[in-house]
Design a protein around this ligand. Structure first.
Ligand code: IYR
Length: 223
């Protein structure tokens, strides 16, 4: 049994309701501009931004505060090329054999395919691994809890922080992604969760003209 953490006073300063409304509207306006961008430029991104956004992701809540995530930042061209080659192999298999017709039909409007040039062009790949176990300083293995929920929340914060910083992202999930353990030398109990590709948009980048469901459609209020 672990000893209880000492409890400390919460740092919290209440703001007025008007201020809260203003802030929530303002943040919604900001987040509404976020788009998944597949046309990325190779313009370099300062590493301090990447450190800040990963630190932000690391503030996410997690099951028993186990923080079951690891963020691997890849900037090296040779490694990015290897990731692209391996991801494209998986994607070719997906588009030509593994995906059901229903899945291909759902994807068709987005015009995605097995070519993933952004994995090589973008200055930054953040490869997120989900850790099923943690290790104490004595090397004792501890189980982590609610790992996909926890890593999902952290990834959401990461994408939000990158958008807030003024960069664009692409969430990429080649499947299966086991090749990432080999290329990035991660232990087998870490599961590749997602690649967040980050950078500036290419000049004249285009995005599909999709819309998000209206609030009236996604919100059910039970009084
Ligand atoms: N992983 C593939 C396929 C893909 C699947 C879904 I669901 C998407 O929203 C987008 C792509 C690919 O990256 O092309």
């Amino acid at each position: 049994m672990k000893t209880k953490y000492p409890f400390i006073n919460l740092e919290y300063s209440e703001v007025s309701q008007d201020e809260m409304i203003e802030r929530s509207e303002c943040f919604y306006r900001k987040m509404r501009e976020r788009r998944t961008v597949r046309d990325l430029s190779n313009k370099i991104v300062p590493m301090s931004i990447i450190e800040n956004v990963i630190a932000t992701a690391g503030t996410a809540p997690s099951g028993a505060n186990m923080q079951p995530w690891q963020f691997i930042v890849v900037t090296n061209s040779v490694l990015k090329n290897k990731i692209r080659v391996e991801a494209e192999k998986e994607e070719k298999e997906f588009y030509e054999h593994r995906a059901s017709q229903e899945w291909l039909d759902a994807l068709a409007p987005l015009a995605t395919d097995q070519d993933k040039p952004f994995l090589e062009v973008a200055p930054i790949l953040i490869v997120i691994f989900l850790k099923k176990f943690s290790y104490t300083s004595e090397g004792k293995r501890l189980k982590n809890y609610y790992t996909s929920e926890s890593v999902g929340i952290a990834t959401g914060l990461l994408i939000t922080a990158l958008h807030n910083a003024g960069l664009v992202t692409l969430t990429h999930t080649p499947s299966p992604m086991k090749f990432l353990n080999t290329l990035l030398d991660r232990p087998k109990e870490e599961r590749p969760y997602m690649i967040v590709v980050a950078g500036y948009p290419a000049q004249n980048a285009e995005v599909p003209d999709i819309v998000k469901r209206d609030i009236s459609d996604i919100l059910t209020l039970i009084d």
